[in-house]
Design a protein around this ligand. Sequence first.
Ligand code: GTP
Ligand code: MG
Length: 239
Amino acid sequence: RASVKKITTGSQALDGLLGGGIETRTMTELFGEFGSGKTQICHQVSVNVQLPSEKGGLSGKALYIDTEGTFRTERIKAMASALGLDPKEVLQNIMSIRAINTDHQIAIVEELQDIISKDNTIKLVVVDSITSHFRAEYSGRENLAVRQQKLNRHLHQLVRLAEIYDLAVIVTNQVMARPDMFYGDPTVAVGGHTLYHVPGIRVQIKKSRGNRRIARMVDAPHLPEGEVVFSITNTGIRD
Ligand code: GTP
Ligand code: MG
């Protein structure tokens, strides 16, 4: 694990929970209810990956697969400016791709192998959200087996990209406010509670007062369990 690199989230507390930041060579799942801040963290890390290593980045580019149409160039620019970076340049270093359905989303990831092998400056791949199209297209219990099989294959392809190319992968997964209430009912959230069949790091994000959020590490093999508080501010993710 010595060669694993980390990308700062902008919050020291959240970085601490993650053992230093979002890791390369692994997939990090952010799960939580609507408005919990999953997309905001994805935006922030897409900016921060571009920072030099002494500032918590990897001097790299990001690839952002947007399944819900929630990628915001204005938000990226605001986050970049707050860090003293050139907003236009930062935006150019984030390739955002809108995925319109599951087949499109899967095809994009299949093509990433080719794109990334030709551009070793790509250090982050985001899929926001990994589950929304699957949930919409394969609703109902009778579709569960095929949905899960397709999703697992898709997730494993992302994990392989992370491992082969030493990059970070972040996927988001919207779940209900109280997933424990629905745990065991696979029709409620696609991967069930979380995407627990696939290796990686799982972080639950919960709303707290105002702009405060709680992040909780869920059964990470090499990280301690725990909770931290961070904020979503006008300048981005902060303590
Ligand atoms: P879903 O995609 O619906 O599951 O939610 P999400 O977890 O992706 O939530 P998202 O990251 O979109 O968080 C939305 C929240 O971030 C908003 O409710 C605001 O609280 C906060 N937010 C977004 N933009 C700004 C901003 O420019 N300034 C501040 N202060 N907060 C913001
Ligand atoms: Mg979102």
